[in-house]
Design a protein around this ligand. Structure first.
Ligand SMILES: [Zn+2]
Length: 606
């Protein structure tokens, strides 16, 4: 039941506005003020000072969605009250015309918009619950502020420059990657930039390091004072340094990791159903329940988020520019933004000697195991295009699995074709020289660009494994490096397995997302809703305990599972079985000269 806890979702920015391109109306000035000093009422108090607005700017929009979230969140539903005033303090008429839109009468006279908006964490507004790393939260000790959840933009002025002031308690600390001027205001070149810059505010700890020429900060809130920014930095520093070596240069000058660990009680009280990170250009925001200790998995997640500095921040397509906060459109290349980034986050650790080849091979093995549970008949490019559909959302997690293994295979193919001189890392660095933050590639031309920059055979690789759905060539390719593939064998782990993987459905019920052959034989079916296991109701809190009980039982023992199927309750006596390992790679020991040569190149940043 390891899957039970994989409700942790790593969210990442895939597409966002990168720089202002549209000519902005330079005469219109927009200054936001968020007052958090009197937020005991659990509301963000916002005022927006403007002048120079014209009739075309008469709509104030709050985002329906935001980069990387793949959800329609409708932040407009959290608005509590809104008023508009002219320069003399006379009220102007404001009409709420749709969930996220307000129309302002005589907008050319508008001087100030004043409104209160509640946080998404504990809101009881109808609609889907917003994932905390993409949401907003006000607590007595901290504030999670995704700017797009509180601040909107006037129609036609999304590309205008923005000033922002945040008033907060004097003993609080603020963590954000947004630039602050000497005048105390934060500055963003466009609304997209503002939306790309979350804030974490409160009783935070802070720690800094330098990676190449990048100033890296960790800002952290934790109710458990033994978990500090210093500890996170200590745990992650060598991985971040390895990431710096992999990059080989400094694509940006600063980067902030923002961590909000909430107490399990607060997690439950707010009914938060997920945790994870949302990635931005110069920062990433992590929201997790506090467990009193840091998981090593956090290092991998931090490496992943940090490597996004390369893609998509400095290597991305033209497709969404600026970002459409109302109706998002996907790029074809999430395999590049997420799959390649995930591959990087592990191989950079191998190449810096932080993990052994065996540990790296175990990662590939795990990725292949997860991939087995996803749709094999949809290509990576189709998965990208479908990302905003229900099916696409369901498949998204596989970018971190099949996408990452695809990148690993592409690396080996490139090393082979270049005679050990130029792998995927080196090709990416060449692409980064050619393109950059302000120079996107054309979305539909990227594969041609990649083939031109490499070898004709890469076109075949793309057609088979990225645009196509051929099963990945890991058996042959890993053998080129001197690793033997074993499809399945009895695990050395003798603890019993129920062989179940659970997911959460729209009603927040656990359902059977995966099941072993043995469990299917016992009568469990995929999509069954789980009511009880071992006589206990399954929920976020009980899951840990139930797993512990199963692990203390024996292979062959009966584990009662009660499910709901087609409105009927079904009792299933499932038999705990021996664990099997699948998709294993082993060192072949005696290597040929070719294998030795290629493995040596594979183990290094060339
Ligand atoms: Zn990512």
């Amino acid at each position: 039941m390891r899957k039970m806890f994989s409700f942790l979702i790593l969210f990442c920015v895939v597409v966002y506005g990168y720089q202002p391109t549209a000519d902005h109306d330079s005469s219109a000035q927009i200054i936001y003020d968020i007052n958090l000093i009197n937020s005991n009422d659990d509301l963000f108090h916002v005022s927006v000072s403007v002048n120079g607005l014209t009739d075309e700017n008469d709509i104030y929009n709050l985002p329906a969605t935001a980069p990387g979230t793949y959800e329609v969140m409708d932040f407009g539903r959290f608005m509590k009250s809104i008023k508009a005033y002219d320069g003399d303090g006379n009220e102007l008429n404001v009409e709420h015309i749709s969930t996220n839109r307000w129309e302002i009468e005589d907008v050319n006279k508008l001087a100030k918009l004043v409104y209160d908006i509640e946080d998404s964490f504990d809101s009881d507004a109808p609609g889907i619950s917003v994932d905390p790393m993409g949401g907003t939260g006000i607590d007595s000790a901290f504030v999670v502020l995704n700017t797009f959840g509180v601040l909107g933009f006037f129609e036609g002025l999304q590309s205008n420059p923005i000033k922002l002031k945040v008033d907060y308690k004097s003993d609080w600390t603020i963590g954000t990657a947004l630039n602050k001027g000497d005048d105390g205001f934060y500055y963003a070149a466009t609304y997209d930039r503002l939306a790309d810059s979350p804030f974490l505010i409160g009783n935070l700890t802070n720690a800094s390091t330098k990676v190449n020429d990048i100033d890296v900060d960790v800002y952290l809130y934790s109710p458990d004072t033994s978990v500090t920014a210093g500890k996170v930095m200590k745990m992650a520093n060598e991985v971040l340094q390895a990431a710096g070596k992999f990059m080989g240069y400094s694509p940006t000058d600063h980067y902030d990791f923002l961590f909000c660990f909430m107490s399990p009680e607060d997690y439950e009280r707010n009914n938060l159903q997920s945790a994870g990170a949302l990635e931005h250009s110069n920062s990433s925001l992590f929201v997790f329940p506090s467990r009193g200790r840091l998981s090593n998995r956090m290092r991998d997640d931090m490496a992943h988020e940090f490597m996004h500095i390369l893609t998509p921040l400095n290597l991305h397509s033209n497709i969404i520019e600026p970002y459409n906060f109302e109706v998002p459109t996907a790029s074809e290349h999430i395999w590049l933004y997420e799959g390649v980034t995930e591959w990087e986050s592990h191989i950079l650790q191998l190449r810096a000697g932080l993990i052994t080849p065996e540990e790296y091979l175990h990662t590939i093995s795990q990725e292949l195991n997860v991939n087995d549970h996803f749709n094999q008949n949809i290509s990576l490019t189709e998965m990208s295009k479908e990302v905003y559909t229900e099916e696409g959302r369901h498949q998204f997690f596989n970018f971190y699995n099949r996408g990452a293994v695809t990148a690993a295979m592409l690396d080996i193919r490139l090393l082979e074709l270049s005679n050990g001189t130029r792998g995927l890392r080196e090709v990416l660095l060449d692409l980064l020289k050619k393109y950059g933050k302000n120079k996107p590639f054309m979305d539909d031309k990227f594969f041609d660009i990649l083939v031109d920059l490499t070898y004709p055979q890469i076109e075949e690789f793309i057609d088979d494994y990225i645009r196509g759905t051929k099963s990945l060539p890991y058996v042959d390719y890993m053998e080129k490096l001197g690793y033997r593939y074993i499809s399945k064998r009895v695990s050395e782990d003798k603890r019993p397995s129920l062989g179940i993987g659970l997911g959460l459905n729209d009603k927040n019920q656990f359902f059977v997302r995966e099941a072993s052959d043995e469990l299917l034989n016992d009568g469990v079916k995929i999509n069954d809703v789980i009511l009880k296991i071992l006589g206990q109701e399954v929920n976020m809190t009980s899951a840990h305990k139930i797993l512990g009980q199963i692990l203390s039982m024996q292979v062959g023992d009966t584990c009662e599972v009660v499910v709901e199927r087609n409105g009927k309750q079904v009792d299933i006596p499932a038999i705990l079985h021996q664990r099997m390992d699948k998709h294993i790679f082993e060192d072949m020991g005696e290597l040929t000269e070719e294998q030795k040569f290629l493995r040596d190149a594979w183990l290094r940043n060339l």
